[in-house]
Write a protein that binds this ligand. Structure first.
Ligand code: LLP
Length: 415
């Protein structure tokens, strides 16, 4: 059985264990490991050997302020999707030139919000480019191009190609140039994002080549952002292999060097990883409250509703699960299919369907792996459930609270 490198030997939880953490901070609980976070940041800084390359963390995956500070310390810059993300980035100490605003369908006020802070914005339709021209003529801008190639773990997260709301297509680029000219906008950046979670580098490389082919259209260009989407193996317990970053590096570096040799242009290259940076440094802990057998199905009823982790119900996503009881992980050599469900009033509230798991009982701790990305970030108060706390296992192994659990007062705050 292939074990997650982080769970083996319990190094993930430092000086604590999952049960202690729940007793101290409450259940459910998101737990992050600082050492893994830092390691994943370094991986992303090395995907291209080129002096002017920077990885720009896409904070929609996880915008906990304390994690953002660590990511900044590691030398990443950041991309933001909304003014709210910009606010958190400023608070985490990112400077305007380290922030790239890559929104979709924003208002004039939201464009002004970024411009007032000297933050470069990418416009992703002719209409948005026109709006920018009208309200802030003469600005420096970027545009998001749809390279016609998409990728992703589910059709809902493929963000380029034929069917997507994102980007300006190749056929519209000439018009984009005309709009920019009309308002004196200087297009200093082009970017793309083909989708979320690829495990083979080919679509990313083809899209990168496409983007580089467009550079000549833009005489003022300073930066090219190739996008994110780098996958992590979500089925580690069944031996799924990692994305081969060395292979990706070799191919991307070759592509970029061939481009710079050909054109001699000194551009800044960026990528926009979200999931890769934070997914594996996070686990979600929960508690079994009831086990029941109905017809053919064994249900393990937990406090992990889809208000806490929405990915399974939204995309049928798989997260590896381990069970912790009496100071150890249960041996999973003898298993039965168990459907792990939450406490939300919908039958679709399922974290894992018919999952081979050991015999469960009340008070077992459920450890849901690789939930650092799009976990807490997509949590909600549905059924007036409280969002959980977040804890960081520091480099010295000590757990620290990095976001408190919500309270009932929080639920009443806005009325
Ligand atoms: N850049 C842009 C413009 C994006 O829209 C995204 C993600 C990223 C970068 C980062 O992509 P990543 O490296 O994380 O794949 N909630 C979904 C994923 C949605 C991704 C949306 N855009 C999930 O849980 O799988």
């Amino acid at each position: 059985m292939h074990e997650s490198e982080y769970i083996a030997g319990q190094t993930f939880f430092g000086r604590s264990d999952p049960a202690e953490l729940l007793a101290r901070f409450g259940s459910p609980l998101y737990v992050y490991n600082e050492s893994i976070l830092r390691r994943r940041c370094q991986d992303m800084l090395r995907i291209i050997d080129y002096p002017r390359f920077v990885a720009s963390y896409s904070i929609k995956a996880n915008s906990n302020l304390h994690l953002l500070k660590i990511i900044r310390e590691e030398g990443l810059s950041a991309d933001a999707m909304s003014p709210g993300e910009i606010v958190v980035l400023e608070q985490a100490g990112f400077r305007p030139e380290q922030i790239f605003f890559v929104p979709n369908n924003v208002s004039a006020d939201e464009l002004r919000f970024a411009a007032e802070r000297q933050i470069l914005t990418s416009l992703d339709s002719l209409d948005q480019l026109e709006l920018m021209g009208k309200i802030l003529p003469g600005s420096r801008v970027a545009i998001r191009i749809n390279p016609g190639i998409g990728a992703g773990h589910h059709e809902k997260v493929v963000t380029a190609g034929e069917r997507t709301k994102f980007g300006i297509s190749g056929a519209q680029l000439f018009q984009a140039g005309r709009v920019a000219e009309r308002y004196g906008l200087r297009i200093v950046g082009i970017n793309q994002h083909i989708g979320s979670l690829f495990m083979e580098p080919e679509p990313y490389l083809r899209a990168a080549a496409y983007l580089l082919d467009q550079v000549e259209r833009f005489p003022d260009l300073e930066l090219v952002d190739l996008g994110g989407g780098f996958g992590i193996p979500h089925r580690k317990l069944s031996g799924e292999q990692r994305l081969d970053l060395r292979d990706l590096n070799k191919k991307l570096t070759r592509l970029i060097r061939a481009f710079t040799d050909r054109h001699g242009r000194d551009l800044l290259f960026k990528s926009e990883p979200g999931r890769y940076v934070v997914a594996e440094c996070g686990v979600l802990l929960g508690t079994v409250h009831a086990v029941k057998e109905t017809g053919q199905t064994i249900y393990a009823g937990t406090d992990l509703g889809f208000n806490v982790l929405a990915r399974p119900i939204l995309y049928d996503s798989w997260h590896d699960i381990r069970i912790y009881r009496d100071g150890r992980y249960l041996d999973d050599s003898e298993t039965k299919p168990v459907t792990v469900v939450g406490n939300i009033c919908e039958s679709g509230d399922i974290i894992a369907a018919d999952r081979p798991l050991p015999d469960l009982e009340a008070n077992d701790v459920v450890v849901v792996l690789d939930t650092g990305a799009y976990g807490y970030a997509m949590s909600s108060n549905y059924n007036n459930r409280l969002r959980p706390a977040e804890v960081l296992i520091r480099l010295d192994g000590e757990p620290v609270l990095i976001r408190r659990r919500e309270t009932y007062e929080d639920l009443l705050r806005y009325f």
